[in-house]
Design a protein. Structure first.
Length: 301
């Protein structure tokens, strides 16, 4: 939807009323064209969205918006920018790999939105980013948060830490997604990208979901007062109230991956439980057990 809206804006050269978050190279009404009047920042200057050492990398959209204001050819519409110009501009930026990757993703999305073929963004090289180590929430932190949480927040924490669900998957849990078979109960998890998956549940998780869903006429485990279910952002905010700074629903998902892998060292099973398309992604979530290297050394001795 957003890509189609941007493409229509770019072709018509008329901004959408009420849209205060311009996308890259957004055309402005005549006679002034984006960016607004004022000195153009130097291409070599540090972008406003570049992260500090203690900050998280900026989103692709934030980088794309900043990229347009730092471009050496701000008055050119995107279909007149050449691959050489794009590469020259990108090469002049002093970015960390994560920031550069975010810019390149946004630029590729821009040209996909306006359906320009061939795209100048095809010349942008792939970026090799450092793989961050797993960050599982410590067990003491997890247990303390469970003890301090109310019933709803405790259920959110449990589905992240004991079932490995993403926050967007947690809020969509519904009684209709429970499937009983001859031995146990499974849950249909509505994953991002439409890649739903089926995961087995313990008796404790099954009872938890049934209890939470019983309060909603529509069967939602986390119903909203406005109808439907709560938003992923609200679920994350509830969790942040009982988790210390630096720990989140995402690190609880790392906790699940690490604990599940330690059970029998089956990385493929953990991959399917998490809903990853690649084992390489699962490895970023899974910290090896503390005694793994010692056991491997003893086995080879």
């Amino acid at each position: 939807m957003e890509r189609r809206r941007f493409a229509e804006r770019w072709r018509s050269r008329v901004p959408v009323p009420g849209d205060h978050d311009p996308l890259p190279w957004t055309p402005a009404p005549a006679p002034c064209r984006y960016p607004p009047p004022g000195p153009t920042p130097s291409p070599a200057s540090r972008p406003s969205c570049a992260p500090r050492d203690d900050a998280r990398p900026p989103s692709p959209r934030a980088c794309a918006t900043s990229a347009s204001s730092h471009a050496p050819w701000p008055t050119l519409p995107p279909d007149q920018v050449t691959s050489d110009q794009l590469l020259t501009w990108a090469g002049a930026q002093h970015w960390q790999p994560e920031t550069r990757h975010a810019y390149y993703v946004s630029i590729r999305l821009l040209y996909a939105a306006i359906e320009l073929r061939p795209s100048p963004a095809d010349a942008l090289p792939p970026i090799s980013r450092p793989v961050p180590p797993p960050r599982p929430t410590p067990e003491t932190v997890y247990r303390r948060a469970l003890a301090d949480a109310d019933e709803r927040t405790r259920a959110i924490l449990t589905l992240a830490g004991a079932a490995g669900l993403r926050r967007s998957e947690i809020v969509q849990v519904n009684i209709r997604d429970l499937i009983d078979d001859l031995t146990a109960t499974s849950l249909v998890v509505h994953a991002k990208g439409g890649r739903d998956r089926l995961i087995p549940l313990t008796d404790e998780l099954t009872a938890l979901i049934r209890t939470m869903c019983a309060t909603s006429p529509e069967g939602w485990a986390f119903p909203s007062r406005d109808g439907g279910h709560i938003t992923p952002r609200w679920a994350a905010r509830l969790a942040s109230r009982v988790l210390p700074p630096g720990w989140s629903l995402h690190t609880l998902r790392h906790r699940f991956a690490t604990t599940a892998y330690a059970a029998d060292r089956d990385i493929l099973a953990v991959q399917r439980l998490l809903g990853h398309t690649s084992v390489a992604t699962t490895q970023r979530y899974t910290a090896p057990p503390d005694n793994a290297m010692r056991q491997a050394l003893n086995a080879a001795a």
